[in-house]
Design a protein around this ligand. Structure first.
Ligand code: UDP
Ligand code: MG
Length: 327
C-alpha cells in the first residue's frame, strides 16, 4: 500500500505525444456485459488525450457473445481491432498475444471490466512525456476485494519478494503504459510461462507508480477462483525464484545432522545404561517426518521439472483463429 516507487530521478529527456500512437491491449473473457461501457469510457479518454490510438482486443475463447459485441464495435470504429484466439488460453497468454500485435509507440494493457479506470491512461501519458518508460497503476485501496483476497494477495507479495531477486511492487497489476522499447524487450522473452507482472518488473527501465482506487467490477464476474490464483502464485514464484528448489539441500543437511547427533546419543546411552524398552513411537514419528520432508522435496522438484517440460516442448504460446482490423 505504501510501496510506491521513489520519484523519478532528474529526467533530462522529455517526450511529446504529438504524432505518437498508443495501443491499448484488452484481454476479454466472457465480458459481453461490460464492453459497451468499456469502449465508451476508453474512447472518450483517448480522444481527450489527443493521441492516435488503436484498441487491440484479444478474445480469449469467450463462451458468451463477447466476439459479436467486439465485432459490432470494430464495425463502428475501425481503430478497434480484434484477435480471436482459438480457445481460452488464460489472461497472461491473451495479454502476450495482444502485446505482440500492438504497433503503438506506447502500449497500455488494461482489464475490460473497468476495474482499471481508463481515465488513468491520461496520467500515464503525462508520466511518459515526463520521461517514464513505464507508468504503472498501484491500487491504493483494495476495498472492492474481499478480506480473504486481500490477505492472500498480501501473503503472495511477501513470499514473492522474500524469494525473488526481482522485487514486485505491492498492489500493482498489469494496468500500465509502456514505451515501445520496453514492449520490445518483453516480446523478446522466450518463456512460455508468462507471469506478466514478474516480466514487467524484470525488465527494469524507468518505472513510475501512479496510485488509484480500484473500483468494483462494472458487470459480469471475475474468472479468478482461489485455486486458479494459487496456481498463478506458484507460476509466479517458480519462474522468478529457485529458492524453493534449492532450500531442500539445506533442509536435508539439517535433518541428516540431527539424525547423526541422535544416533551418537543413542549409542552413548546404550553403552552407559544398557538397552531399555524399544521406542517404537519415536521411530514411527521419525519415519513419517522424513517421509514428509522427502515428499515435499520431490514435489518441489516436480514443480520445476514440469515447467522445464513446458518450455522444452516449444509449442506456440497461443493459436489465433481470426484477426479483424489488422492489415
Ligand atoms: N481474462 C482473460 N482470460 C481469462 C480470464 C480473464 O482474458 O482466462 C481477462 C478478463 O476479461 C479481464 C481481465 O482478464 O479483462 C481480468 O479478469 P478478471 O476481472 O476476471 O480478474 P480480476 O479482476 O478478478 O483479477
Ligand atoms: Mg476484474
Amino acid at each position: 500500500m505504501t510501496d510506491l516507487a521513489p520519484p523519478l530521478p532528474s529526467l533530462s529527456a522529455t517526450r511529446s505525444r504529438a504524432g505518437k500512437r498508443l495501443s491499448v491491449v484488452a484481454p476479454c473473457f466472457n465480458e459481453q456485459a461490460v464492453l459497451d461501457q468499456f469502449f465508451e469510457r476508453l474512447e472518450a479518454t483517448l480522444e481527450a488525450c489527443g493521441v492516435d490510438y488503436e484498441i487491440v482486443c484479444v478474445n480469449d475463447g469467450s463462451r458468451d457473445h463477447t466476439l459479436a459485441v467486439l465485432l459490432r464495435h470494430h464495425g463502428r470504429n475501425p481503430r478497434v481491432k480484434i484477435i480471436d484466439l482459438a480457445r481460452n488460453f488464460g489472461k497472461e497468454t491473451a495479454l502476450s498475444a495482444g502485446l505482440e500485435a500492438a504497433t503503438g509507440d506506447m502500449v497500455a494493457p488494461i482489464d475490460v471490466d473497468l476495474q482499471d479506470p481508463p481515465e488513468l491512461i491520461a496520467d500515464f501519458i503525462v508520466a511518459w512525456e515526463a520521461g517514464a518508460d513505464v507508468a504503472y497503476g498501484v491500487r491504493v485501496d483494495r476495498r472492492s476485494d474481499s478480506g480473504l483476497k486481500r490477505l492472500t494477495a498480501q501473503g503472495f507479495y511477501r513470499a514473492f519478494n522474500a524469494l525473488s531477486d526481482v522485487p514486485l511492487p505491492y498492489n500493482a497489476g498489469d494496468f500500465r503504459l509502456m514505451d515501445r522499447k520496453v514492449v520490445e524487450v518483453i516480446r523478446s522473452l522466450p518463456e512460455r510461462n508468462r507471469f506478466m507482472k514478474g516480466l514487467f518488473a524484470w525488465v527494469g527501465f524507468n518505472q513510475v507508480a501512479v496510485p488509484y482506487a480500484r473500483p468494483e467490477r462494472a458487470a459480469g464476474s471475475s474468472s479468478w477462483r482461489y485455486w486458479r490464483l494459487w496456481n498463478f502464485a506458484l507460476d509466479g514464484i517458480t519462474s522468478f525464484s529457485t529458492a524453493p528448489i534449492r532450500v531442500w539441500s539445506y533442509i536435508g543437511l539439517a535433518a541428516a545432522a540431527v539424525a547423526f547427533v541422535a544416533a551418537a546419543a543413542i549409542v552413548v546411552r546404550t553403552l552407559l545404561f544398557g538397552r531399555d524398552v524399544p521406542g517404537y513411537p519415536s521411530i514411527v514419528v521419525l519415519l513419517l517426518m522424513s517421509f514428509g520432508v522427502q515428499m515435499l522435496a520431490i514435489g518441489s522438484l516436480g514443480e520445476y521439472v514440469a515447467r522445464i517440460y513446458q518450455e522444452v516442448k516449444g509449442r506456440p504460446l497461443y493459436v489465433v483463429m481470426n484477426r479483424y482490423g489488422f492489415d
